[in-house]
Design a protein around this ligand. Structure first.
Ligand code: PEP
Ligand code: MN
Length: 255
């Protein structure tokens, strides 16, 4: 690791986040079908990924866009996780599904749009589940840390920050990936932080190089959108890489 800071090591089955090695969380933006997530899970595992990600409830800016397969998608993902041995990461948007998530999901993602949803933060804080807290796209680092404190106040300090880019005047990229947040969060909180170069750039050609940059500044891991057929992705295809590229990125990082 390149980090100057030691972070809390969060154990998830036989994996850990915040330990000496960076972790790779990979999978599609959206769970589209049983065969889609199973195929991606198998190839992600073969590529060296540590966790499987995928959205079952999608926070879409446009209400007419696909909203996710919901609990059917969760069952497909659970099965893909079981078959490959990969722990699963998915986004919770509504506290009414919290019990199901606690039962079936290994890491609960709180998305960028919900970083300010204090009742949702409080609800996940009352569990012991690892929480992946994405940065609000207009949130300062201080606000982001305070969001984590809402979770920790309930007794859950199994929190992993995720830098996913912020909105700035720059519009070449989808967001501006703020890598300085990595050492700052580690120093200020002692908690692990991973980087999402997919939403952080919105451009698939930039995912590999920004993954290396994130690891170079000490990130505890990466979350990458990958698909067996990126062009057919129902969401975020411009930033989604194929499985061979994922394998190459992981090789570069893990050696
Ligand atoms: C995602 O991870 O697919 C996602 C919706 O990300 P964000 O909340 O960062 O926009
Ligand atoms: Mn996405």
């Amino acid at each position: 690791m390149n980090s100057n800071y030691t972070t809390k090591c969060i154990q998830i089955g036989d994996k850990s986040i915040g330990g000496s090695k960076p972790v790779i969380i990979a999978g599609p933006c959206t769970i589209e079908s049983y065969s889609q997530i199973m195929g991606i899970a198998q190839q992600a595992k073969a590529a060296g990924a540590d966790f499987l990600r995928g959205g079952i409830f999608k926070p879409r800016t446009n209400p007419n866009d696909f909203q996710g397969h919901g609990l059917d998608g969760l069952e497909w993902m659970v099965e893909a996780g079981k078959q490959t041995g990969l722990p699963i990461v998915t986004e919770l948007m509504d506290a009414s599904y919290l019990d199901i998530f606690v039962d079936k999901v290994d890491v609960i993602q709180i998305g960028s749009r919900n970083m300010y949803n204090y009742s949702l933060l409080k609800a996940v804080g009352e569990t012991k589940k690892p929480i992946l807290l994405k940065r609000g796209f207009s949130a300062t680092i201080r606000e982001w840390i305070l969001a984590a404190e809402h979770i920790a106040k309930g007794g859950n300090d199994n929190i992993i920050f995720c830098e996913r880019g912020i909105r700035t005047f720059e519009d070449y990229t989808r967001n501006t990936l703020d890598l300085a947040a990595v050492p700052i969060i580690q120093k200020e909180t002692g908690l692990p932080i991973i980087v999402d170069p997919s939403h952080g750039t919105g451009i698939r050609e930039l995912v590999g190089i920004m993954s290396q940059a994130a690891i170079a500044c000490g990130a505890d891991g990466l979350m990458i959108e990958a698909h067996t057929d990126p062009e057919q992705s129902v969401s975020d295809k411009a930033q989604t890489i194929d499985m061979a590229t994922l394998e190459m990125i992981i090789k570069r990082i893990k050696g």
